[in-house]
Design a protein around this ligand. Structure first.
Ligand SMILES: NC(=O)c1ccc[n+]([C@@H]2O[C@H](COP(=O)([O-])OP(=O)(O)OC[C@H]3O[C@@H](n4cnc5c(N)ncnc54)[C@H](O)[C@@H]3O)[C@@H](O)[C@H]2O)c1
Length: 328
C-alpha cells in the first residue's frame, strides 16, 4: 500500500518512523510547506527530495494514484487536506483532532459519507496495551456496573508552536485523548457537561491550560476530569491516572499500571495484555486492514465526530459557565 504523508515535521516524525517499520505500507511521497523542515527530514530520513511537494493536489498530479493519505498537519489544515483527498477518492488517516472546529469536522464527515471513502482518526491512546487491558476488564463485567470515573492529568510541556496560541490548548489538543478514552471505556457519550477552565498566572500558553470538568454520560455514568498542561511539579503519564468506581470494586490506572480491587479484597496489579502493535504502528495497520480488506477502524470519523462534539461542548461549558446538553 502506497501513501502520501502530509506534514512531516513535529508529530510527522512518529509517522515517518511507523511507515518505515511497516512491511505492508510504503511512501509514494510527501507534502510539506516548510522548506526548512523538508530539507531537515530529507537528511534525517534519507527521503528523495523529488517526492516532496508543497500541496496535496500537486503531489497527486505528479505521483499518480495512491492508496492512502496520512495527514499530520496542525488542526486548522485538516479540512482542506482531507477534502482534497476524499474528492480524489483516496482514504485518509488524519491526526486528531479530526478538525480544528466542529463545523470543519462536520463538513469532513459529510464528505466522507457522500463519497463513501474512509476517513479515520489517529486516536492512538485507545490502542495502547494499558487502554486495551482496561477495556477488556471493564467489558468482562467482573467489576459490575460502573458508577463513576475520575481522571487526573498533570504535565508541563513547553511545545512552542500552534498550541501556545490556541484558546483552549489543554481541552482541544490534549484532553481530547482522555475524553475519547472515556467514550471507548464507557461505550457511551456525554449527555450533559459543565466545567471551568483557567490559565494560571505562570502559564506559558495564551489560552486556558487548566480545566476541571464534570460530565454525565448517556448511560448515567458520572465522569470527572481535572487536567493541567502547566504542572509545576509531580506529573502523571500522558495517559493520565484513572479510577473507576464500580459495583463490585475499583479499577485504577496509576502511572501506566493497572490495578483491580474487588470488594473486601486487597488491591492487585494486573498484567497488561501482550499486544502485537500499539500507537502509530497499530493505527497504520488498522488503516491498512481497512483499505485493503474493508475492516472497520478503531476510530472512524462517523464515530469520532462524537469525541469532537464532546470536546467543543466542554469548550462551550467552560466559556459560558452553563451546563451543556448534548443530543442523545
Ligand atoms: N496523536 C498524538 O499523540 C499527537 C501528538 C502530537 C501531535 N498530534 C497532532 O498532529 C498534528 C500535527 O501536530 P504537530 O505537533 O506535528 O505540529 P507541527 O506544527 O509541529 O508540525 C506540523 C507540520 O505540518 C507542516 N504543515 C503545516 N501546514 C501544512 C500544509 N497545509 N501542508 C503540508 N504541511 C503542512 C508544518 O510545516 C510542520 O512540518 C496536530 O493535529 C496534532 O494535534 C497528535
Amino acid at each position: 500500500m502506497k501513501v502520501i504523508q502530509v506534514g512531516i515535521g513535529g508529530m510527522g516524525n512518529a509517522w515517518l518512523k511507523a511507515v518505515s517499520r511497516s512491511d505492508v505500507v510504503e511512501f509514494a511521497g510527501f507534502v510539506e510547506i516548510s522548506d526548512e523542515i523538508a530539507a531537515a527530514q530529507v537528511d534525517a530520513y534519507n527521503l528523495n527530495p523529488a517526492t516532496i511537494f508543497k500541496s496535496l493536489p500537486q503531489a497527486l498530479a505528479a505521483l499518480g494514484p495512491v492508496d492512502g493519505i496520512i495527514n499530520v498537519t496542525p488542526p486548522q489544515f485538516h479540512k482542506d487536506v482531507t477534502l482534497a483527498a476524499l474528492d480524489a477518492g483516496i482514504p485518509v488517516l488524519t491526526e486528531k483532532p479530526l478538525a480544528g472546529t466542529l463545523a470543519d469536522a462536520q463538513t469532513m464527515l459529510a464528505k466522507a459519507n457522500e463519497t463513501g471513502i474512509l476517513l479515520t482518526v489517529a486516536q492512538n491512546y485507545r490502542c495502547s496495551a494499558v487502554a486495551r487491558t482496561v477495556k477488556k476488564i471493564l467489558d468482562s463485567g467482573e467489576l459490575g456496573a460502573i458508577g463513576a470515573v475520575d481522571v487526573r492529568f498533570f504535565k508541563g510541556p513547553h511545545f512552542g508552536g500552534f498550541r501556545e496560541e490556541m484558546r483552549h490548548p489543554l481541552i482541544i489538543d490534549m484532553a481530547i485523548h482522555h475524553f475519547d478514552m472515556m467514550r471507548y471505556f464507557l461505550d457511551s457519550s456525554p449527555a450533559s457537561i459543565y466545567g471551568r477552565s483557567w490559565n494560571p498566572p505562570w502559564s506559558w500558553f495564551s489560552g486556558d491550560a487548566s480545566a476541571a470538568v464534570n460530565m454525565c454520560f448517556q448511560n448515567d455514568i458520572i465522569a470527572t476530569y481535572t487536567g493541567s498542561w502547566v504542572a509545576q511539579g509531580v506529573e502523571t503519564p500522558w495517559n493520565a491516572n484513572w479510577r473507576f468506581e464500580c459495583a463490585n470494586g475499583v479499577l485504577t490506572i496509576v502511572d501506566d499500571r493497572v490495578y483491580v480491587q474487588m470488594l473486601g479484597e486487597a488491591m492487585h496489579p494486573i498484567n497488561l495484555l501482550s499486544v502485537e502493535r500499539q500507537g502509530q504502528d497499530y493505527l497504520l495497520h488498522d488503516f491498512y486492514d481497512a483499505v485493503t480488506s474493508s475492516q472497520p477502524t478503531i476510530a472512524p470519523a462517523q464515530d469520532n465526530i462524537h469525541t469532537v462534539e464532546m470536546v467543543f461542548a466542554v469548550v462551550d461549558a467552560c466559556d459560558t459557565g452553563q451546563t451543556i446538553m448534548l443530543d442523545k
